[in-house]
Design a protein around this ligand. Structure first.
Ligand SMILES: [Zn+2]
Length: 92
């Protein structure tokens, strides 16, 4: 399964861990469960940005997804992950 196939499954509501590259979906829902899965509109926005090569938008959305995951883990904290520098081109 390549990244695009994984992202398309995720957008359709099936978060699958990619064993080929050992990669999680952008919101980690494959390994953390659907309780941390991003809304469909944001999943689609991520896929669109990925296909367009729009890395800044991908990074912004990943920051948003991380904030949601941390909010599940630490419900008593008011967590913001704005402007998070997500490993520059680390997945290239
Ligand atoms: Zn995973």
């Amino acid at each position: 399964m390549n990244c695009e196939e994984q992202l398309r499954l995720w957008v359709s509501g099936e978060p699958m861990h990619n064993d080929e590259g050992d990669e999680c979906t952008p919101d980690l829902a494959c390994c953390r469960g659907k309780k941390v899965m991003a809304p469909e509109s944001e999943r689609q926005a991520f896929l669109d940005a990925y296909l367009a090569g729009d890395r800044p938008t991908c990074k912004t959305l990943i920051s948003k997804f991380l904030t949601a995951i941390l909010s599940v883990d630490f419900p008593d904290l008011d967590i913001q992950v704005n402007g998070f520098e997500w490993g520059k081109d680390a997945d290239q």
